[in-house]
Structure formats: structure tokens, C-alpha cells
Write a protein that binds this ligand. Structure first.
Ligand code: C5P
Length: 219
């Protein structure tokens, strides 16, 4: 089907940040609007894929034609992503917090004048991309993102191997680029067989190009 080249294909996309609770009212998070991940989910659905979007807390709307699962924490995101297996395609775009508070308080931490300030003990979160990239039900195509502020290409290449991905979409998120939270993106595709720099594009255009590439690769 020319119009719907991904018809009959299943895709999992993660998007947005995760919120790791400190106590009932506070959390640790990464900066992420979800705009790029949501656009990718929408673009894959437009090409006919059956898409499960696992979204952390974002303020943007659920894309139409996509099954969106809302989660808060990294562990919930991992569980929802694994529950969507088997799939043909996984695109992990979420900015997952690398650490969570080891034992989040179940009551709000209170200020007690004169007493010591609390310290947070952190523990490592699951790496969802790495888990999916090495899974027995590994999708045919596993794609990760890499938000870097330096050595974009070499960091992304190392990530490709470590995470068992087929492709890393790398972008420079240094504050001066305005990429983070913005509407445009300038990415490099890193694959085992080479690197491709894409021009500065709207996040929707990056998504459409990526979806087209995925369709081509699976055809
Ligand atoms: O290692 P780093 O966080 O830079 O890797 C980024 C890629 O890994 C992204 O695709 C991101 O969605 C994914 N990731 C993940 N789970 C984590 C950390 C990162 O899926 N805990």
C-alpha cells in the first residue's frame, strides 16, 4: 500500500519527561516538552502503523489515531512500553530521568527551622531503550534519541552499541540552539554504516522524514 506503507506494523514510541517523586508534592524531572516524540507517533500512525505512545507528563494533546498511555515514573514507562511488545518498531524519544529517589516520602517533607536540610539518596532508573534493544521480543527496528551538549557524534555512536539500537537520532540541546521546548530540530542520524546530518526542520518534518525512513527500511 503506497499511502500506508506501515499498515499492519506495530510501533511503540516513548515521549516526554518522567517525574520521579521526592514526596507527594515534589519531583525530579528532565526538561522535555514531548513535541518531538508525539510528532513521531503521529507520523507513524499517518503511514498506517498501529502506534502505542507511552507519554510522561506533558501539556500537549494526545495525537489523534494513536493509543496513548499516560505514565509518570520511569518504571511505569518501562512497564507500559514492555506491555506493548511484540512490535515491529520502537522509537524511544522520552527524556527519562536517570535516577529516582531511593525511598520517596509518603508525606510532604516539612521545613523544621534549625534542623538539618534533607539529602536525597538516589537510585538508578531502568534504561528503557537498553531493555527493549536487548529484549527477546526485540522489535526489528529500535531507534533511540540522544540529547547531547557536546561530542554529539561520538557519544551517539557509543550509545548505539551500548543500547542495542539500530539508529540514534542525535541533537545538540545546548541552550543556545533553542531546540529544547522549541518547535524546530536539527538532527544527525547515526547508524552503523554512517552518519547523516539533516537540515534544520520543524519537529513535525523531522517526524515525517523519520517515519518515511522507517517505512523504507521495513519494506
Ligand atoms: O543514555 P541517554 O539517556 O543519553 O540515552 C538516550 C536514549 O535512551 C533516548 O532514546 C531515551 O529515550 C532512552 N532512555 C531510556 N531510558 C532511560 C534513559 C534513556 O529509554 N532510563
Amino acid at each position: 500500500d503506497g499511502e500506508k506503507p506501515l499498515k499492519g506494523r506495530k510501533a511503540i514510541v516513548t515521549s516526554g519527561p518522567t517525574h520521579e517523586p521526592i514526596d507527594p508534592v515534589r519531583y525530579i524531572a528532565n526538561r522535555s516538552s514531548g513535541r518531538q516524540g508525539h510528532a513521531i507517533a503521529a507520523a507513524l500512525a499517518k503511514l498506517g502503523a498501529e502506534v502505542t505512545l507511552v507519554s510522561g507528563p506533558v501539556t500537549i494533546a494526545d495525537p489523534v489515531g494513536v493509543n496513548t498511555v499516560h505514565v509518570e515514573r520511569a518504571e511505569e514507562m518501562r512497564d507500559a512500553a514492555l506491555a506493548a511488545l511484540p512490535a515491529d518498531i520502537a522509537v524511544m524519544v522520552a527524556a527519562v530521568a536517570d535516577w529516582r529517589v531511593a525511598s520517596a516520602a509518603d508525606q510532604k517533607l516539612k521545613k523544621h527551622p534549625g534542623e538539618s536540610i534533607p539529602t536525597l539518596a538516589l537510585t538508578e532508573n531502568p534504561d528503557i531503550l537498553k531493555t527493549v534493544g536487548h529484549h527477546t521480543m526485540r522489535p526489528k527496528l529500535v531507534i533511540g534519541f540522544a540529547a547531547e551538549t557536546q561530542d554529539v557524534e561520538s557519544n551517539a555512536k557509543a550509545k548505539l552499541e551500548r543500547k542495542g539500537a539500530d539508529m540514534i537520532v542525535a541533537n545538540d540541546v545546548s541552550p543556545a540552539t533553542g531546540i529544547m521546548g522549541g518547535s524546530r530540530n536539527s538532527v544527525k542520524l547515526i547508524r552503523r554504516d554512517g552518519v547523516e546530518q539533516w537540515p534544520d526542520l520543524a519537529k513535525e518534518e523531522v517526524a515525517e522524514r523519520l517515519a518515511a525512513l522507517i517505512a523504507k527500511q521495513l519494506s
